[in-house]
Write a protein that binds this ligand. Structure first.
Ligand code: SF4
Length: 238
């Protein structure tokens, strides 16, 4: 059996053949902006979390203003993203904690290696491994592949890892991850999970990975893939 790195590289190439190289802004977003957007993106779709992020950006001239507004006001501003109470608590806590450290910035993370950066970011209430790793990939251009439910499901079905939770999948997947492909691999895998390798009834008949995928219950009946949704929130923060 081929080693994990070779399989990851093959999957990446097959996904690029199917979906292309994902678009990416030339200018990386500010890490704090990206973290706030990622908090807003939890358990909702990209369009709603993008609206909530734009609401926050247009309502406040700077993130310093969040220090003096009530949490309930933030909750109202971001309501479209869902779980507004929980997310507003995480945002208020993050801004308050950063302020205690003397600056509303996550630039300190730029100096840290990946593991320590994730350790530091997950100390903030409401920031988990997935959210922290999104900051590393999308704002710092680190070669780290965040694992959400789509990535967790597809990676385990393909047989690259065999893990029960997204955080365990993240740890296994990112050990010696092949250089320079994390962004395209992550983004195209999410697209595969949304359009083809869905939780129920994956459309294996149109899947570009069918020859290398180890999933035992392949569904060959469904021919058409789902509707394409090209908008990805974290590539549009700024
Ligand atoms: S072959 Fe089927 S189970 Fe495997 S990745 Fe493709 S859609 Fe998912």
């Amino acid at each position: 059996m081929k080693n994990k790195q070779t399989i990851i590289s093959s999957v990446n190439e097959l996904l690029i053949k199917k979906f292309g190289i994902p678009k990416r802004n030339k200018v990386l977003p500010n890490p704090l902006d990206l973290l706030l957007a990622t908090i807003l993106s939890q358990n909702t779709n990209d369009n709603n979390s993008y609206k909530a992020f734009q609401n926050l950006k247009s309502r406040y001239k700077s993130w310093e203003e969040l220090l003096s507004v009530k949490r309930t006001e933030i909750e109202n501003v971001i309501r479209v993203a869902g779980l507004a109470k929980q997310k507003s608590e995480a945002i208020k806590n993050l801004i308050t904690e950063l302020n205690k450290r003397g600056t509303l910035s996550l630039n300190f993370v730029k100096e840290l290696d990946n593991n320590f950066a994730i350790e530091q970011l997950t100390e903030f209430k409401g920031v988990g491994v997935k959210t922290a790793s999104c900051v590393l990939l999308f704002a710092l251009d680190r070669n780290v592949c965040p694992v959400d439910t789509h990535v967790h499901r597809t990676i385990n079905r393909i047989g690259i890892v065999s893990e029960k939770t997204p955080d365990k999948t993240f740890l296994e997947l990112n050990k010696n991850f092949p250089e320079g492909i994390a962004h395209s691999f992550h983004t195209n895998l999410i697209r595969l999970g949304r359009e083809i390798c869905k939780p129920a009834n994956p459309s294996c008949g149109v899947c570009p990975l069918i020859k290398i995928c180890k999933y035992k219950d392949k569904n060959l009946k469904i021919k058409a893939a789902g509707k394409q949704r090209e908008f990805m929130l974290l590539d549009n923060v700024g």
